[in-house]
Design a protein. Structure first.
Length: 188
């Protein structure tokens, strides 16, 4: 892993680890101001998992998700998957926590807008981290490369097979000529 990745991943993960631990410790501080997002998520079934039906449970779940994925990103364990999870969790977090369009005054609106834009910047960084291949070629390139290699090998095998067949044909022809000469000598 490059030095830049070793430094960038923990820095990108730090706000999520800190925020996730804060949500786990004090969920009540984050349950107000959720607007229509929190009620829409209550009890929602996501595959085999049903989300908590209380505000504090949703906040704790989000905190656990942020902490776990943040630590995974910081340590380089499944960085692409953890970045994608953090990016996905950032959307409802931003929509519930930084509703600048509903702010009662200009100062609060400005503060919430700055926080929403900071989250948008984090979202962009997470998207980049989610597609970062750590200097390795992607799956599409590897599949194309494997197909080309197989194609070259097949052509080489065909060429080799043709050469072998030609040599065998020459050998058979020489053997047949020798046998004919022996027959001619024996009968002549």
């Amino acid at each position: 892993m490059s030095l830049v990745r070793r430094l960038a991943r923990p820095l990108l993960a730090a706000p999520f680890v800190y925020g996730g631990i804060d949500q786990l410790r004090k969920p009540a501080a984050k349950t107000d101001g959720g607007g229509p997002i929190i009620p829409a998520l209550k009890g929602l079934a996501v595959g085999p998992v049903t989300l908590p039906s209380d505000d504090a449970g949703l906040v704790r779940l989000n905190g656990a998700l942020m902490t776990t994925a943040g630590l995974a990103l910081a340590t380089g364990k499944a960085p692409r998957a953890s970045s994608a999870v953090l990016a996905a969790s950032l959307v409802p977090t931003t929509l519930t926590g930084h509703r600048f369009w509903e702010a009662p005054d200009a100062k609060t609106r400005q503060l919430q807008l700055v926080q929403a834009l900071k989250n948008a910047a984090l979202f962009g960084g997470l998207l980049i981290a989610a597609v970062d291949l750590d200097g390795k070629p992607g799956l599409a390139w590897r599949a194309q490369h494997a197909a080309k290699t197989t194609q070259r090998s097949a052509k080489a095998a065909t060429a080799a097979g043709t050469a072998v067949a030609k040599r065998a044909q020459k050998k058979a022809s020489k053997s047949a000529k020798r046998a004919q000469k022996k027959l001619n000598r024996a009968h002549g």
